[in-house]
Design a binder for this molecule. Structure first.
Ligand code: HEC
Ligand code: HEC
Length: 344
C-alpha cells in the first residue's frame, strides 16, 4: 500500500513538472516578439554587427583606387576638370560651372537625392526621353547635355570610365532591402492647384535667399575653379531648359527632400509638398540656357512627363499648364484617352 502511494506521488510530480514545462514553452512561443532591430543575415554572408551604411566618401578618399578617386574629383569638383575654363582644353565638356554633386548630394551617396548608390546595376534601362534602352553612360551624358548644359563624353573615354568606376564603388555591398531608398526622389502629393509664383517668391525669400541669394546666382567657393558653395538656380550657369530639374514636379521632389540644405532630408523634410511645388515653379520661372532639339525628346509623345515645359505634347493643354500646372487634369486626360497612368 505504502509503495503504491509513493508511486502515485512520484507520478503526480512527473505530470506537474511536464505540465509546467509545456506551459512555459507555449507562453514563450506566443509572447515572443522579434526585436525590430534584428537584421536577417543570409547564411552565405559573413556575420555583420552593424547594418550596411553608404560610404563616407571623404573619409575613404585616401583608400580609393586612382581611377575611383579620379571619378570622385570629376563629379565633386566638376568645373575644375571638365568646366568651360578647365585647365586642359580638350576636357572642357560642361557648359556651366555646376558640379554633378550640387544635385547628387554628398557626392552621390545621399538617399533621396537621386543617389548613385547601386545606380550602375539599374542600367541598361528603358528611357522614355530617347525611347530606347539606355546604358549608364547614356544616362550620364543625359545630365552632361542638360543639367550641365554641355557636351556628351565619349563612352569609352577614361573620363567616363572613371565616373562609372566611382559610381560602382559607391554601391559596393548595398543589400537588396536598401535598394529602393537610394533610387530617385521620394514622391510628393501633386497639388490640385497651379503654381502660384507670388507664394513661390515668398517661400524663396524666406527659405532660400540666405544661400542662393536674391538674384538666384548663388555664391562661389573661395577657390572658384572648384565651383560653388551655393550653386545658382537660374541664369547662364544653371541647368538648361531640357534638364529634369526644369520640370516643376521633379524640382519640387528634390527640394522637398533636400532643401533648405542642412535642414531637410528625405525622412525629415522642412517644406510641405505644396510649398516645395510653388518654390520649384518660382526658380523655374527665370531665364536659363536653352537646349537645341528638345522637340525630338520623347519620340513617343505620350510618354512625356506632364510637367515637361516644352512641346510638342500628345494633348491640347497649354504650354503654360505644362509648365505650372495644375497637373491632375492632364494626368486624368492620359488615363481616359490612352489608358496611361502617369506619376510625373
Ligand atoms: C543653407 C544653405 C541653403 C539653403 C537655405 C538652400 N539651399 Fe539649395 N543648395 C545649397 C547647397 C550647398 C547646394 C549644393 C549641395 C552640394 O553641392 O552639396 C544646393 C543645391 C540646390 C539645388 C540643386 C543645384 C542647382 O543649382 O540647381 C536646388 C534646385 C536648390 N538648392 C534649391 C533650393 C531651394 C528652392 C531652397 C529654398 C527652399 C534652397 N535651395 C535652400 C544650399 C542651400
Ligand atoms: C541640376 C541638377 C543636376 C546636375 C548638376 C546633375 N544631375 Fe544627374 N540627375 C538630375 C536629375 C533631376 C535626375 C533624375 C532623377 C530622377 O528623376 O529620379 C538625374 C539623374 C542622374 C542619373 C540617373 C540616376 C538613376 O537613379 O537612374 C545619373 C547616373 C546622373 N544623374 C549622373 C549625373 C552626372 C555624372 C552629373 C555630372 C556630370 C550629373 N548627373 C549632374 C539632376 C542633376
Amino acid at each position: 500500500m505504502e509503495e503504491l502511494q509513493v508511486l502515485i506521488r512520484r507520478l503526480l510530480w512527473m505530470f506537474t513538472a511536464m505540465f509546467t514545462l509545456i506551459i512555459t514553452f507555449f507562453v514563450g512561443v506566443f509572447t515572443y516578439e522579434p526585436s525590430t532591430e534584428t537584421v536577417w543575415i543570409p547564411e552565405s554572408e559573413p556575420p555583420q554587427t552593424e547594418p550596411w551604411q553608404p560610404k563616407n566618401v571623404l573619409y575613404e578618399l585616401a583608400k580609393m583606387t586612382p581611377q575611383v578617386r579620379r571619378g570622385y574629383f570629376l563629379i565633386a569638383e566638376t568645373p575644375k576638370y571638365m568646366g568651360p575654363n578647365a585647365e586642359e582644353v580638350t576636357q572642357r565638356f560642361t557648359g556651366n560651372t555646376l558640379a554633378c554633386a550640387n544635385c547628387h548630394l554628398k557626392a552621390g551617396s545621399q538617399a533621396g537625392a537621386a543617389s548613385w548608390v547601386g545606380v550602375v546595376d539599374r542600367y541598361p534601362q528603358f528611357g522614355g526621353r530617347a525611347n530606347k534602352l539606355g546604358t549608364i553612360q547614356d544616362r550620364i551624358n543625359g545630365c552632361m547635355q542638360r543639367s550641365m548644359n554641355g557636351k556628351a563624353l565619349d563612352p569609352d573615354s577614361d573620363t567616363m570610365k572613371a565616373i562609372v568606376a566611382y559610381m560602382d564603388w559607391l554601391g559596393e555591398g548595398l543589400p537588396d532591402t536598401r535598394k529602393k531608398e537610394f533610387k530617385g526622389y521620394p514622391k510628393i502629393q501633386i497639388p490640385e492647384v497651379a503654381v502660384n509664383l507670388e507664394k513661390g517668391k515668398r517661400i524663396y525669400t524666406k527659405e532660400c535667399v540666405p544661400c542662393h541669394m536674391q538674384d538666384g546666382q548663388g555664391v562661389l567657393l573661395d577657390d572658384a575653379s572648384k565651383g560653388y558653395q551655393y550653386p545658382p538656380l537660374w541664369g547662364n550657369n544653371s541647368f538648361n531648359e531640357g534638364a529634369g530639374m526644369h520640370r516643376v514636379l521633379t524640382a519640387a521632389q528634390f527640394i522637398k527632400s533636400n532643401m533648405p540644405f542642412g535642414e531637410a532630408t528625405w525622412d525629415n523634410p522642412k517644406l510641405t509638398d505644396e510649398e516645395a511645388y510653388h518654390v520649384a515653379g518660382y526658380i523655374n520661372s527665370f531665364e536659363r540656357p536653352s537646349k537645341e532639339g528638345t522637340e525630338n525628346d520623347y519620340p513617343d509623345k505620350k510618354s512625356k512627363p506632364v510637367s515637361t515645359p516644352y512641346g510638342p505634347w500628345a494633348d491640347d493643354f497649354s504650354a503654360e499648364q505644362h509648365k505650372y500646372g495644375p497637373f491632375p487634369p492632364i494626368m486624368e486626360y492620359y488615363r481616359e484617352q490612352y489608358n496611361i497612368t502617369k506619376t510625373k
